[in-house]
Design a protein around this ligand. Structure first.
Ligand code: ATR
Length: 282
């Protein structure tokens, strides 16, 4: 019988998850399907509770439903419990399980794309304090960084996120970023700045140590202004597309029973999709 999964949220029209999981289903010759389900937040709780009745083995959850999905889980994994949000749901023994795989995807992408990036684990500098930032901060703390400095335009939001994770995460006002730039082993943009149609994130990278890695979770455009500047200055850069690819691995394994690989061929398919939609460049 065909195993079915889907991406849910509102809107799901632009989600690249069907392309990602569709690629893997074909590559591994699995009798499976990965669909799109437009699920407005007011219908989300019912939808997730009735996944089995709808014939789904599980689903991905995108904006704005991640917190609602978390609230209806029977079992939340450690990441979902820490963030109060879930992006990957699966059924097991009649129970609804959930995980937040963004942090896993973020770390797995760095491990694959910039080996040794976490050699020192002294200080990570994260800019932005939204939902994506929480997942990244949680993952960096989990990887054992002594200090995660969280800079945000609205300082109170950074303080709120920091308070979830204890003393290793330190909030910082946006205009004080330069003060910690020289200590960072990794700099991560978790704001929406740099996204196509938005202002760029302009940071002075001159104090950044040459071994530092610069990473962006924005992948439209693939080469954000921040990554371009970092690359031109000779830093190792890691783009946001890899995080998208890697965050899909745990879900695919749960639904279809195969641990899929993130390969250059898969990445090329996604890059081609970005190119076709004019989203490679700013
Ligand atoms: P997500 O959940 O996807 O991370 P979000 O919750 O909308 O998205 O968060 C967007 C992030 O980008 C926030 O950190 C936001 O800063 P504020 O908390 O101060 O709003 C940041 N951001 C958006 N536009 C910005 C701008 N023009 N300058 C600085 N930061 C900006």
């Amino acid at each position: 019988m065909t195993v079915r999964a889907c991406v849910t949220g509102q809107p799901v029209t632009y989600s690249r998850s069907p392309l990602l999981h569709g690629y893997w289903l074909k590559a591994y010759g699995i009798d499976g399907a990965y669909e799109r389900e437009e699920v407005p937040p007011e219908m989300a709780a019912d939808f997730y509770r009735s996944l089995a009745a709808r014939g789904y083995a599980g689903c991905n959850v995108t904006l704005p439903n991640k917190e609602i999905a978390f609230s209806v889980l029977d079992e939340a994994d450690e990441s979902a419990a820490a963030l109060g949000a879930a992006n990957t749901l699966w059924l097991d023994g009649g129970k609804l399980h959930g995980a937040s795989t963004d942090g896993y995807g973020f770390i797995a992408n760095l491990d694959a794309s910039a080996p040794g990036w976490d050699g020192a684990r002294n200080c990570a500098l994260v800019v932005g304090a939204g939902g994506a930032s929480r997942a990244v901060v949680h993952a960096l703390v989990g990887r054992g960084f002594d200090r995660v400095v969280l800079a945000n335009r609205t300082l109170e939001r950074a303080e709120t996120v920091a308070s979830l994770f204890g003393p290793r995460v330190r909030p910082l006002a946006f205009d004080r970023i330069a003060e910690v730039m020289g200590e960072a082993d990794i700099l991560v943009n978790c704001t929406s700045l740099g996204m196509k149609g938005s202002d760029p994130l302009t940071l002075d990278l001159t104090r950044l140590r040459q071994e530092a890695v610069v990473s962006d979770i924005v992948y439209v455009p693939l080469m954000t202004p921040l990554l371009k500047a970092a690359s031109a200055a000779g830093f190792r850069i890691v783009d946001g597309l890899g995080m998208l690819l890697h965050q899909g691995v745990p879900g695919f394994r749960r639904w279809f029973g195969v641990t899929p690989e993130v390969t250059p061929e898969l990445r090329a398919v996604l890059v081609e999709d970005l190119r076709a939609k004019g989203q490679l460049e700013a």
